[in-house]
Write a protein that binds this ligand. Structure first.
Ligand SMILES: Cc1cc2nc3c(=O)[nH]c(=O)nc-3n(C[C@H](O)[C@H](O)[C@H](O)COP(=O)(O)OP(=O)(O)OC[C@H]3O[C@@H](n4cnc5c(N)ncnc54)[C@H](O)[C@@H]3O)c2cc1C
Length: 420
């Protein structure tokens, strides 16, 4: 054994081998994706409706619940969530987003809410396996997409009645208007920019909240996306996530930093660290879609015969597949690195979370486009799934921060200049 071999092996502590538990969960989710999600994909894409029966199935199987995500989240290696996302989105992106979309709102409550708020609202977001519900996270607005600081939705506190009155229009909300519980981000102090924002729960049936237009989309059409109009929505004081005392302290700190001319860098860094720690989740979804398209293309290339031989025997086709697979594996490694860093508290000094989201999203777009080419005319039809996968893949470079915003975050982090 030479020195190099001795330095590696079991003693290194480094491994990409999944544990037996991780393999078991991955295989179970793969089974659900293959047997329940994938066969329903084309139908719900055409219907452009929330696939309630599939969400119901996921709830019965134990996949649509906070417990399931909490278990995956607390996997000490960090791989629980990315493994789950890759398998579900391998099944179908639109249906998988309908299954995991509630998680966005749940994370909003988990990140900012008190224990009581978590215990009250999260169970209502999911409902019961026999009567499932969904939740929506509403931050984006018509004039505030990438530029969250331009948010206009306003929440004003009325001390006499201990309630908040919320007015504004949210857009692009996944599950917006059909949700049991909406989590809404609003401006409470316009002088403070993003530091003057707070999150509120809008309970089921609250007057003044209504669905605006439902968007007819290019892809992920099984996932409901709509405007949410808030017109004099009154919510009790206890619906402010984290509570009034904590908000007042936070606002006082931000005002003091502003008055003393300090930039509030620490607050901004904390917010950026939170985003970095979750960006790989979208990366994992993108890897799932890319892998699904690659596998379809590989099968097709092996069996489709032209000029008397399988098309994969042409280097022009085989090299495409080699590049596709290489990009997918590289994307997955970036996703796993970022999730491991998040789980083990490593600082994202090179915006590694953004890197994983950027690379995996662009990979999904590239790989699905190449898959269409490999399937030729069939690839261009709805008889084969790759055209749907290509339409679906486009979302990964847009939501949760566009590719341009990821590049901006990476570049500014590397340069050591403030992100915004
Ligand atoms: C299907 C879908 C589901 C969504 N779900 C949700 C949800 O549940 N909740 C929610 O709150 N939001 C949601 N979003 C909103 C999503 O996060 C935004 O669409 C995204 O942040 C981009 O904002 P925008 O669409 O306003 O684009 P804009 O910010 O207007 O960007 C337009 C273009 O300009 C580029 N650009 C902007 N600023 C810069 C810059 N400084 N430098 C370089 N390029 C720049 C962008 O990269 C993009 O290419 C969803 C969106 C979609 C499409």
């Amino acid at each position: 054994m030479d020195g190099r071999q001795r330095a590696g092996g079991d003693m290194s502590g480094f491994t990409l081998e999944l544990t037996d538990d991780q393999k078991q969960i991955r295989d179970w989710l793969h089974g659900f994706a293959a047997e329940v999600i994938r066969p329903a994909a084309a139908e719900w894409d055409e219907r452009e409706e929330t696939p309630w029966p599939v969400i119901q199935e996921a709830a019965k199987a134990g996949i649509y619940s906070l417990d399931f995500y909490a278990q995956q989240f607390f996997d000490p290696t960090g791989l629980g969530i990315p493994l789950a996302m890759e398998e579900l989105f391998w099944g179908d992106a639109g249906i998988a987003l309908s299954i995991v979309g509630t998680g966005l709102a749940a994370v909003g409550v988990l990140a900012n809410g008190t224990e009581e708020q978590i215990g009250t609202w999260i169970p209502q977001m999911y409902g019961e396996p026999g009567d499932v519900k969904v939740a929506a996270f509403c931050s984006s607005e018509p004039d505030a997409g990438s530029d969250v600081g331009a948010m206009r939705t306003r929440a004003v506190y009325r001390e006499a009645t201990d309630e908040w009155v919320i007015d504004g229009t949210k857009t692009w909300a996944t599950n917006g208007g059909i949700a049991q519980v909406h989590v809404v981000v609003a401006v409470v102090d316009p002088e403070l920019g993003v530091k003057g924002h707070a999150s509120f729960v809008v309970p089921p049936g609250t007057p003044g909240l209504s669905q605006g237009q439902k968007f007819r989309k290019h892809g992920i059409r099984a996932s409901h996306t709509a405007e949410v109009v808030l017109d004099g929505v009154r919510v009790p004081g206890h619906c402010l996530l984290g509570g009034k005392e904590k908000l007042d302290e936070r606002l006082a700190r931000a005002r003091a930093a502003r008055a003393s001319g300090t930039s509030g860098e620490r607050v901004r860094n904390a917010a950026m660290a939170t985003f970095e720690a979750s960006r790989h989740v979208v990366g994992a979804m993108a890897v799932g879609t890319a892998r699904a398209a690659y596998e379809t293309a590989l099968d097709y290339a092996r069996t489709r015969t032209q000029f008397g031989r399988p098309i994969v025997d042409n280097q022009g086709v085989a090299f495409q597949l080699a590049d596709m697979r290489t990009r997918i594996d590289a994307a997955r490694l970036l996703v796993w690195r970022a999730s491991w860093m998040a789980a083990t508290g490593k600082p994202f000094t090179a915006a590694e979370g953004s890197m994983s989201k950027l690379y995996a999203s662009e990979t999904a777009k590239d790989v699905t486009a190449r898959a269409i080419q490999i399937l030729g005319g069939n690839g261009y039809t709805r008889e084969y799934p790759v055209e749907r996968m290509h339409r679906d893949a486009a979302i990964y470079t847009i939501f949760e921060g566009t590719s341009e915003i990821q590049r901006l975050v990476i570049a500014r982090t590397l340069a050591g200049v403030p992100i915004r």
